[in-house]
Write a protein that binds this ligand. Structure first.
Ligand code: ADP
Ligand code: MG
Length: 603
């Protein structure tokens, strides 16, 4: 039988390699930005057209390349950054594999213009799918400009799977943020479809965060600083009250490189223990500097994962550092912190590292909730004691009087309930005792009200407002701009005011204006999470978020009128047993069950 194995032609090998490195326009952005940084640039422009599907261009004022290097840079395994495997352990550059440019060139139309400072004349190269179409000398500024056009033009399967422009642009912004956040000595600009999105001046870490994510971040950040023999940690963590419902702004950088690490995420979350509500995520921007020989960044082709030689110690250091900084800024209650534990030397391998002990003296105090339950002003007429009395009366009546004929709906609202533990309304129905979670009940009532208004195209009742201005991050502002209509229909009427600020023109009566910023944050998250779903699905998701956010908190005492309003409204709901998110609203203990419990010998 004839031999069947043959070497793949270069352009095919490059296309295959490209599949690993370049998944979408954002991958090109990452590689080109990293190359510009490695070239020592202090000014980098990123120019994007159609979310990178038409053009990704990076212009830098870095070292530039000679004519030969320009040509070489497009070959696979061509790199100026390492010469031997040993160099891998002392890497100070972003790149080292020498395959990014070769990969990109294999699947796009690539134009490179480059000139070294000391050269009189520069070079221009035009490549289409690995083939050099043109090479010429040109007049050009110092540094390099690389334009990548028509990405995946020869890989239709890839091109077909690209997402909508907003989604691809989000990926690009993510990459841009990750790079721009750590390189504070570089001036970055970003243009999309000829519009300036960012122009980031050189500055410090805080100013960079604020320039990217919005002025309101200034008050949200608590500095973090920890110097140990194993790692140097510095950066910022978000105050717990600004935590969000999605893992939005969470960044770890190891030696200036963005990384993802579920393990280290856990360390931060552990530090926030008791400070966050369920399913809330803190913002953080944490730099971890370690000796390059302590890490291995080679385990993932796109290099967002890192293997630490001593992961457990890094975990312990981060957890303690975050905890301490929250404590110092009086966010966490008094913390019993053992400072000694921070400066331990690198322990030998295979030895279990004890995490520094932390004890919290008292739980976070509850913040009183001032949000109103309904749009209608409620005059408290009777005290909770009265309501108890009324329940007792009804209960005793029930034993003697014959059962009145009632429909189920009427039954469930037959009684004004009493509140228990700031959480449950105690009431009765024909079968026996019923406990109703007031927050969940209110959530259901609000949700159905919102959906009803939407279906009938009714603008929700508005409350009178002092003008409120909200400052958002550029990313969130764009998202809000794209959804002004939806937000308006659901009761949040916003008007753009400057680059990324909005004035609140109107607000549905049930939304607490004092919590508007947080409510809008969650609605933004909900838009992000509902992805590309459109129309009613997106509106339902928004309605759910809004209902949940606006529902009356636990721990507040409801007036008897509020309770009866709530029970009545719940009785009118299409679905009164579950929250829009599917959680039970009430539980029932029937009379027979109750009586069994009271039987002799049952306790
Ligand atoms: P790597 O970055 O892993 O070395 P690349 O394919 O990204 O591999 O780049 C190959 C080489 O091309 C780099 O090692 C560098 O020498 C050169 N190069 C790429 N981009 C630039 C740039 N913007 N300025 C100067 N040199 C560059
Ligand atoms: Mg590179």
């Amino acid at each position: 039988m004839a031999d069947v194995i043959k070497l793949l032609p270069d352009h095919v090998a490059n296309q295959i390699a490209a599949g690993e490195v370049i998944q979408r326009p954002a991958s090109v952005v990452k590689e080109l930005l990293e190359n510009a940084i490695d070239a020592g640039a202090d000014r980098i422009q990123l120019i994007i057209t159609s979310a990178g599907k038409t053009l990704v261009q990076v212009v830098d004022n870095g070292s530039g390349m000679s004519a030969t290097d320009a040509r070489m840079s497009l070959e696979r395994h061509a790199t100026s950054k390492i010469g031997s495997a040993d160099d891998l352990f002392s890497l100070t550059t972003k790149g080292f594999r020498g395959e990014a440019l070769a990969s990109i060139a294999a699947i796009s139309h690539l134009e490179m213009k480059t000139k070294k400072e000391q050269d009189e004349i520069g070079n221009r190269l035009l490549i289409e799918g690995t083939e050099v179409k043109e090479q010429e000398q040109i007049q050009t500024g110092d540094g390099t400009s690389i334009s990548v056009k028509n990405l995946f033009y020869n890989v239709p399967a890839r091109r077909k799977f690209l997402k909508s422009d907003p989604v691809e642009m989000r990926h690009i912004l993510d990459e841009f943020h990750r790079v721009a956040l750590v390189h504070i000595d570089i001036q970055f600009s970003l243009h999309h479809n000829n519009e300036e999105v960012y122009n980031l001046r050189k500055g410090n870490f805080r100013s960079r965060i604020v320039d990217i994510f919005g002025k309101n971040f200034n008050e949200k950040l608590v500095p973090l600083e920890e110097d140990t023999t194993i790692a140097k940690i510095h950066g910022f963590v978000g105050k717990p009250e600004f935590a969000r419902r999605t893992r939005g702004e969470q960044f770890f950088f190891v030696n200036g490189r963005f990384i993802k690490s579920a393990y280290l995420n856990h360390a931060v979350n552990a530090a926030y223990q008791d400070l966050l509500k369920e399913k809330e995520y803190p913002s953080f921007f944490i730099n971890i500097d370690v000796d390059p020989s302590f890490i291995d960044i080679n385990i993932h082709p796109t290099k967002t994962e890192v293997k630490f030689e001593d992961e457990k110690s890094i975990y312990a250091i981060i957890r303690s550092a975050v905890r301490r900084s929250l404590g110092q800024y009086n966010i966490a209650p008094a913390i019993d912190f053992n400072q000694e534990a921070m400066n331990f030397p690198a322990p030998p391998k295979n030895v279990h590292v004890h995490q520094p002990e932390l004890r919290i003296a008292s739980p976070r105090p509850k913040v009183p909730d001032l949000g109103a339950l309904t749009a209608q002003p409620i005059k408290p007429t009777r005290s909770a004691v009265d309501a108890w009395d009324s329940l007792n009366e009804r209960l005793s009546e029930k034993v003697t009087a014959p059962e009145p004929k009632q429909t189920e709906l009427e039954v469930s609202i037959a009684l004004k309930g009493v509140q228990l533990l700031g959480k449950y309304i105690v009431s009765e129905n024909l079968n026996g005792l019923i406990l109703i979670d007031h927050k969940r009940a209110h959530e259901r009532v609000l949700y159905e009200q919102i959906i009803r208004d939407l279906a009938m195209n009714r603008v929700p009742a508005q409350q009178e407002l002092f003008p409120i201005t909200l400052e958002l991050s550029k990313v969130d502002a764009d998202l809000v701009c794209d959804h002004l209509d939806e937000l308006n229909r659901i009761g949040v009427q916003l008007e753009k005011f400057g680059k990324s600020a909005f004035v609140v023109r109107g607000l549905a009566a049930f939304i607490s204006s004092s919590q508007l910023s947080e409510t809008l944050d969650e609605m933004i998250d909900s838009i992000k999470n509902s992805g590309e779903s459109t129309g009613m699905k997106k509106m339902e998701a928004l309605a759910k978020t809004l209902a949940k956010r606006s529902s009356r908190r636990y721990g507040v005492t409801l007036s008897p009128d509020e309770i009866s309003w709530l029970l009545e409204e719940l009785g009118n709901c299409q679905e009164s047993n579950r929250t829009p998110g599917g959680l039970p609203i009430s539980i029932e203990i029937d009379l027979a069950q109750l009586e069994r419990m009271f039987k002799k010998g049952s306790v």
